[in-house]
Design a protein around this ligand. Structure first.
Ligand code: CTP
Length: 456
């Protein structure tokens, strides 16, 4: 008997359609055994495919259900195709002719065949037909406003066309300069009364709570810069309000949505470095007074920056039990803070944040078998390495990183709204509460210290 002929093909297969089915049938007809590689969501996002509507698991399930497909695998990174050719002893790599030439380099491993694509249908087209574009407004003229506008241009499901700011002159200058932002409002109620469905808040930190509350009460989904709230109880109150109003409230902690960051968490979950005993992360930034208002700097390093290391620590080790602060103060606010948190089974989180000192912004996750190293700036995760005592076993993961990273967060925010979801797996309400807890405890400890000093 002749050897079976193995065919392999890859794709996203979002909202499985007749074009996909035709292609897969054509591919199967080339041989006996058809392997389909479905792209992982983190890989898709890292190669700029930001608007996929179904999760990897749902897309895999849909392909598995097809009679003529024999095996489904998940494609996680760029070099995997060549590895798969060898691993599965592939005879033909088949792909639609929209890719002509793009995979010729694989001829080194197998025979590459470009098959005719079905005209008039695509996942992009189906997404456009099935999902409405979300109208969004910006609240404030903050540090990331410009970047947010630029990056939202890469997310096809969202349209940013309004802005609210309380400084009329600044607002006028801004709308004059930005042709896509057609409408400027200096009255928040009027702004909220328009047809926008969602807002992005980027204002002074102490205004966040009130602005979020009013937006949720007006029935808008909210994406807000960190931290969402500076006082105890406020974040939980806002999350309950969002739940009651059936709206999405998401913290704009961009690291949480980066493809490489999510891939790192996935890999750690497989136990690659054993039991995790310690997570260390540093985030420092030298804010210049000329660039940032005094009131911003006076919020101190912990309020401004701790959400980032707290994200890494909480995502890996879960909720913190005890929190200890070793802070350095100048002119009444912390310029440097070493935050030590204790977690389940005694694991330690060590976060260093500073605005009055510069340090190496890397992160190390230590386990019983080895450790993960994320080079600076770890919060813009592009690459990470698993290192072991036997250095031959060490391996590095590298991901593409487009723009300043905001587009991944904007894509997740809009995709959740479109799918009627009110929680992100990448940054759940309980993640947000855990992250916020660190700075709340710090603010509390500072208040108590000041009170004691006044009484003494
Ligand atoms: N395909 C096809 N005919 C179509 C659409 C896709 O033959 N009308 C093929 C592609 O060439 C590829 C496979 O189906 O080999 C998976 O493509 P994918 O990119 O997942 O589908 P698209 O509909 O092209 O998705 P998108 O619009 O998001 O790019």
């Amino acid at each position: 008997m002749q050897n079976k002929k193995t065919i392999i093909t890859y794709g996203t297969y979002d909202m499985l359609h007749i074009g996909h089915m035709n292609l897969l049938e054509r591919a199967k007809a080339l041989g006996d055994y058809l392997i389909v590689g479905v792209t992982d969501e983190n890989y898709d996002r890292s190669r700029g495919k930001l608007n996929v509507s179904q999760s990897t698991a749902d897309r895999v399930k849909a392909i598995e259900a097809l009679d003529f497909v024999d095996m489904v695998i998940v494609e996680k990174h760029k070099n995997q195709k060549a590895e798969d050719m060898v691993k599965y002893d592939v005879d033909i790599f088949a792909i639609g002719d929209d890719w002509v030439g793009a995979f010729d380099y694989l001829n080194e491993y197998t025979h590459v065949e470009y098959l005719p694509r079905t005209e008039g249908i695509s996942s992009t087209k189906l997404r456009k037909e099935n999902f409405d574009i979300i109208k969004m407004g910006i609240v404030g003229l903050g540090r990331d406003t410009q970047a947010f506008i630029d990056e939202s241009g890469f997310v096809s499901s969202i349209k940013v066309n309004r802005i609210y700011a309380n400084d009329f002159l600044e607002l006028k200058a801004f709308t004059k300069e930005h042709k896509t932002i057609k409408y400027g409002h200096d009255n928040y109620d009027e702004f909220l009364d328009t047809s926008i469905e969602a807002v992005y808040i980027d204002t002074a930190l102490e205004q966040h709570y009130t602005l979020i509350k009013r937006a949720l009460e007006a029935g808008k989904h909210v994406l807000c810069e960190n931290p969402l709230a500076l006082d105890k109880g406020e974040l939980k109150e806002l999350l309950s309000l969002a739940k009651r109003e059936k709206k999405l409230l998401l913290s704009a902690l961009k690291t949480a949505f980066l493809p490489a960051f999510n891939q790192l968490l996935q890999e750690l979950g497989t136990g690659v470095i054993g039991d995790i005993k310690e997570v260390r992360a540093t985030r420092t930034s030298l804010y210049k007074e000329k660039d940032y208002a005094d009131t911003f700097i006076q919020q101190g390093a912990t309020n401004i920056l701790s959400s980032y290391p707290s994200l890494l620590v909480n995502k890996i080790l879960g909720k913190s039990k005890n929190i200890t602060f070793f802070d350095q103060e100048e002119e009444g606010y912390d310029i440097n803070n070493l935050i030590v948190t204790q977690h389940k089974n005694g694991a330690l989180g060590i976060s260093n944040v500073a605005i009055g000192m510069k340090s190496e912004g890397d992160a190390v996750i230590s386990g019983t078998k080895g450790y993960a190293y994320i080079p600076a700036p770890w919060w813009l995760t592009k690459t990470f390495e698993f290192r072991f005592e036997d250095s031959h076993k060490s391996h590095t993961y590298k991901y593409e990183f487009e723009g300043c990273g905001l587009r991944y967060m904007i894509a997740e925010f809009s995709s959740l709204i479109q799918r009627g979801k009110r929680k992100s797996k990448m940054l759940s309400p309980s993640d947000m509460v855990g992250i916020n807890r660190v700075l709340l405890e710090y603010n509390d400890s500072k208040k108590n210290k000041n009170k004691k000093e006044e009484e003494a």
